[in-house]
Ligand binder design. Structure first.
Ligand code: PAF
Length: 282
């Protein structure tokens, strides 16, 4: 697998592949890859002939005071994992290739409404950074299909809306969350957790499953279910941020009678902020 750092080089290689009739698949990442990312590449291979991945820790999606400086950078291991799964090309640009000079301040992509709640409220500006860098990466790679994990459910919804609203013409595929044996969603930030915190962290998925089962059983008191879940999270050592039953398409609060639902959760455990979700149909 070849790794390139420049936009020009990447474009030349992809142009040649496209001329050869290849369908281009793309998995953007911030590196520190785990089985969740590798699954995205594997799934991508079912939809594309030539798989491209990127590793870029995007500064514009980190809010002041967050972990940009200490975010794990593990390029060598990431290259090995991508090569082993048969990824064809890795784009690993330095920050000044993606944002030369003061270009980060020239333009920004803002997706309305769906970015306002949940992680958008807790991390103001985060989704502008995500939408902007994903737009740039899409313009650079010009993929036919791009794959994202459902663990970042709101991010996936933002990218889907942006791609539709701005006519990107790219198939956006969401892939189910890959979990540890105890149910904890795999995340690049799980490395911030101690072994004990990883055990206790499994309570987030247990609480999501319990709330889903209650709703499937006919309980429509979403506020009470959220409050009970937050109590359980607190008892496990979390500092809860939100636990919300939402409409799966708009991420607005669910109403009794809604059928396509997602429960979104975020909470702090030790040095990590963990998010997870469960989507289902009644
Ligand atoms: O999910 C991520 O790793 C990032 O938010 C993404 C989509 C690669 C944009 O930097």
């Amino acid at each position: 697998m070849q790794t390139v750092n420049s936009i020009k080089e990447l474009r030349a290689i992809i142009h040649a592949q496209r001329l050869a009739g290849k369908r281009i698949g793309f998995v953007p990442t911030m590196g520190n890859l785990h089985e969740g990312h590798i699954t995205l590449v594997r799934e991508g291979q079912k939809h594309a002939d030539f798989m491209v991945s990127s590793v870029f820790v995007n500064p514009t999606q980190f809010v002041a005071g967050e972990d940009f400086d200490k975010y794990p950078r593990t390029l060598k291991e990431d290259q090995e994992k991508l090569a082993a799964v048969g990824c064809n090309l890795l784009f690993a640009p330095p920050v000044d290739e993606m944002y030369p000079g003061d270009q980060a301040s020239w333009a920004s992509v803002h997706v309305t409404k769906i970015t306002e709640r949940h992680c958008g409220a807790a991390r103001p500006g985060h989704f502008d950074g995500v939408a902007t860098v994903v737009t740039k990466l899409f313009n650079i790679v010009k993929p036919d299909v791009a794959l994202f994990g459902k663990k970042d459910f709101q991010q996936l919804a933002v990218i889907r809306r942006m791609s539709t609203a701005l006519c990107f013409g790219i198939d956006i595929i969401g892939i189910d969350t890959v979990r540890e044996a105890n149910g904890l969603a795999m995340s690049s930030r799980n490395g911030y957790l101690t072994a004990d915190e990883k055990n206790r962290g499994a309570e987030m998925y247990r609480s999501l499953c319990a709330a889903r089962d209650a709703i499937k059983g006919g309980n429509t008191n979403f506020a009470q279910l959220s409050s009970e879940a937050n109590d359980k999270l607190e008892a496990a050592g979390f500092i809860p941020e939100y636990f919300s039953v939402c409409r799966a398409d708009t991420l607005e609060p669910a109403q009794p009678g809604d059928r396509n639902l997602v429960i979104l959760a975020a909470a702090r455990m030790g040095k990590a902020r963990l998010i997870d979700n469960i989507d289902f149909t009644l």
